[in-house]
Design a binder for this molecule. Structure first.
Ligand code: FE2
Length: 208
């Protein structure tokens, strides 16, 4: 199995945000990444494909541009929406425009199980989808935990890889960490089947 992965391009027409981000350059960067990933069995985008510019028509235009770019390569693409995507779109809108593979959140490929738990919920269980987003409040709800637990328990799941937008790693800056991260880490660890966890969202980057 050969996976390609990119994340957090935060694409928009904006030239500069947050002092150092250059969203308008992201289209070209994603194109370069897709060219470098040619021949992969699957490409994953782990979120924040779009940066909400405050203009819904402009947001739609930019997401459609990005979707056309992703589909111009002959590889299936899975897009896990991130907090910035939910600031601009509902999940239904995002899926309709991108027409990529998306939640629900289990894929089996070449004997491996790929899990994409959705942490874009507040701690009180309210989904980001269709609601104002507070990126500092993220949580994996009981429904997603149940799916994780059941999938990991299945005999068909021999080797699992977990992909998240927000963070389980306790060593990154605290606002980026999922509120129920200790519970989720314990669940993944106790299965004995999870070989790697990839998480994004924390833009300075971290490896553990
Ligand atoms: Fe994010």
């Amino acid at each position: 199995m050969k996976l390609g992965l990119f994340t957090d391009p935060h694409y928009s027409h904006q030239e500069l945000t947050c002092s150092t981000r250059r969203p308008v350059l992201s289209y070209g960067k994603v194109r370069e990444a897709m060219e470098a990933m040619a021949g992969c069995d699957l490409v994953l985008c782990l979120g924040d494909l779009i940066n909400d510019c405050g203009n819904s028509a402009e947001n739609r235009k930019r997401l459609a541009e990005m979707a056309a770019l992703l589909h111009s390569f002959s590889m299936p693409v899975y897009c896990l929406p991130g907090n910035h995507d939910y600031e601009a779109f509902t999940l239904t809108e995002f899926q309709q425009i991108t027409d990529c593979l998306a939640p629900p959140s289990v894929l089996r490929l070449c004997g491996k199980t790929l899990l994409f738990p959705n942490a874009s919920y507040r701690e009180d269980g309210t989904p980001y989808d269709g609601n104002p987003v507070d990126w500092t409040d993220s949580c994996i709800p009981s429904s997603e935990l149940g799916l994780l637990r059941r999938t990991l328990a299945e005999p068909e799941t021999e080797e699992a890889y977990v992909f998240l937008h927000q963070n389980l790693d306790p060593d990154v800056e605290g606002h980026h960490i999922i509120r129920n991260a200790p519970e989720v880490r314990a669940l993944l660890s106790s299965s004995g089947k999870v070989k790697a966890v990839l998480q994004v969202h924390y833009n300075p980057g971290h490896e553990n």
